[in-house]
Design a protein around this ligand. Sequence first.
Ligand SMILES: Nc1ncnc2c1ncn2[C@@H]1O[C@H](COP(=O)(O)OP(=O)(O)OP(=O)(O)O)[C@@H](O)[C@H]1O
Length: 241
Amino acid sequence: MTGVSRRFGALQAVRDVSFDVMPGERRAVLGPNGAGKTTLFNTICGDFPPTAGRIELFGADITRLKPHQRTRLGIGRTYQTSLLFNGLSVLDNLFVAVRGLRPRRFSFLRPGRDDPSLAQARALADRMRLSHLLGVEVVNLSHGQRRQLEVGMALAGDPRVLMLDEPAAGLSPGDRPELLRLLRELPRTLTLILIEHDMDIALPAADIVTVMKDGEVVVEATPDRIEDDPVVQAIYLGGGH
Ligand SMILES: Nc1ncnc2c1ncn2[C@@H]1O[C@H](COP(=O)(O)OP(=O)(O)OP(=O)(O)O)[C@@H](O)[C@H]1O
């Protein structure tokens, strides 16, 4: 992305952000509340276009494309607020995601036992270590298991770029290592961009870290340099977080 900015009226939420993410890279975007991380994500996913700048995906200009067009080109994402269907089981949620259905239509399209989408949904459950919970309704899952399911749902469209918005938010300390393990197990055919407040997740999961503050990129560095970076220390220890 080059020179990406987003205004909301007088507020400049993202200001002139440029970076390249290489195929297979793990990129974490860190920064205090209000730094512009989610807004930047939204410009990449197409929830709203940037007010200036250009976003390319594998060489194609996607700056003005709609979210579903970007999904078709290979961008998958999770949201800060869960989009799981609480009344459906783990397997049914994954089936709905694989088929790209809305849950209302699900009742008309219950899968037959040999449905290939069902096999795909089971495989996703396996990857997300949820195979033992296939029949469990989402309301009965732990917070960590929901996060695992959300990542599985985002993978259902077989994206080439997976964007995760604060995957560790609200997780108990016990659930964090499992999430980190899942993230680290994702294949390198997938490019990963994650917003994460929790450095204990972000740093081990990332190859490179972009730190934002007040809409701008203030540091870009490898994880081993981030904690000692004076700018990052000023942001995180100085009460900005
Ligand atoms: N739809 C919107 N309309 C108006 N202002 C918005 C909108 N979305 C975000 N903002 C503002 O843009 C700024 C950046 O917000 P953003 O949510 O991108 O930050 P963030 O770094 O993701 O923060 P957090 O960690 O709290 O999610 C904030 O001042 C926010 O109030």
